[in-house]
Design a protein around this ligand. Structure first.
Ligand code: UTP
Length: 299
């Protein structure tokens, strides 16, 4: 395994899932557009990519995803109205999503799984390492994860997944990793991956969460991957073949994350994200916190 001096610049954000856990809210809008306090979830994810130095963003979209494209595009009428009112504050907030990154789109057509969504990025990405950020997975901006994963890729080559310790009864909801320790506390070598195992079959309690830095070898691995669980092409299965393989670009590392993460595609986790980020909001967080404490005390 060679270390790479290349700079990763591209982020791929798969957002073509059906969002069935959040129906009916996600019947006409994608779950990535659900607001978390005052921004849609997807904007946090793009901001995270940009903060890690990745400002070439490719979104994999599907049916109902026009709202995503509109959100990152200019809105001339609103801009003119705010400009005429001299409302600079709201104008800046409105424009922020437009100037944030260079955003491109490709449609997935059929939602054949996360692995298939990543394969749709091949033309745009080419023969470069790239990051994948799931559009419904929020990592708190104060907890560094992606930048750490990019450093691990630069030092060790191969691909890098983000791992979170979860309770045994939660393991069946995630891809799960078999790992070996390395000389760094927060880095493990991934020797195997299983998608959504039963608790008694799970190789560890380390769950794969929605951040990846992938070697372009993943594309060939995905093409070799036949549909797995749920008849979908699983990214986990392609990564399993890279973890076990010896081919160029093989090797998978894991960064064990101890920070705050919210799955905004899950209704309970979504509510937790709104409350936690609401309490910390710079304009009204304090007022919200006071109200919340009083409400909890009274109920
Ligand atoms: P999920 O497993 O959360 O599936 O996808 P989902 O369909 O979006 O949501 P539920 O489970 O029905 O509520 C994980 C990530 O992979 C993307 C999703 O948008 C999400 O970011 N994805 C999934 C695709 O882009 N394409 C797919 O075919 C499947």
């Amino acid at each position: 395994m060679t270390s790479r001096a290349e700079r990763v610049t591209k982020a791929v954000i798969p957002a073509a899932g059906l969002g069935t856990r959040f129906l009916p809210a996600t019947k006409a809008i994608p779950k990535e557009m659900l607001p978390v306090v005052d921004r849609p979830a997807i904007q946090y994810v793009v901001e995270e990519a940009v903060a890690a130095g990745l400002d070439d963003v490719l979104m994999i979209t599907g049916r109902n995803k026009r709202a995503l494209e509109d959100h990152f595009d200019r809105h001339w009428e609103l801009e003119q109205v705010l400009e005429a009112k001299g409302d600079r504050f709201r104008l800046d907030r409105l424009r922020r999503s437009t100037v944030l990154a260079d955003v491109h789109y490709v449609r997935q057509g059929d939602p054949l799984g996360l692995g298939h969504a990543v394969l749709c990025a091949e033309k745009h990405v080419g023969d470069e390492a790239f990051a994948v950020l799931l559009g419904d997975d929020l990592i708190d901006a104060r907890d560094e994860l992606l930048a750490r994963m990019l450093r691990v890729r630069a030092e060790r080559g191969g691909s890098v997944v983000a791992l979170l310790e979860v309770a045994p009864e939660q393991v069946h909801l995630y891809g799960c990793a078999a790992v070996l320790r390395t000389d760094e506390d927060d880095v493990v070598q991934v020797t195997g991956l299983v998608e959504k195992p039963d608790a008694d079959q799970a190789p560890s309690n380390l769950a794969v969460i929605g951040r990846y830095v992938l070697d372009p070898a993943v594309f060939a691995a995905l093409r070799r991957t036949s549909p797995g669980r749920g008849n979908e092409i699983q990214l986990t299965d392609a990564l399993q073949s890279l973890a076990a393989g010896e081919q160029a670009g093989a090797g998978v590392w894991g960064v064990v994350f101890h920070g705050r993460r919210y799955d905004t595609g899950d209704r309970l986790d979504y509510l937790k994200a709104v409350v936690q980020l609401g309490v910390e909001h710079e304009e009204f967080g304090e007022d919200f916190h006071v109200w919340l404490r009083e409400w909890v005390a009274a109920s």
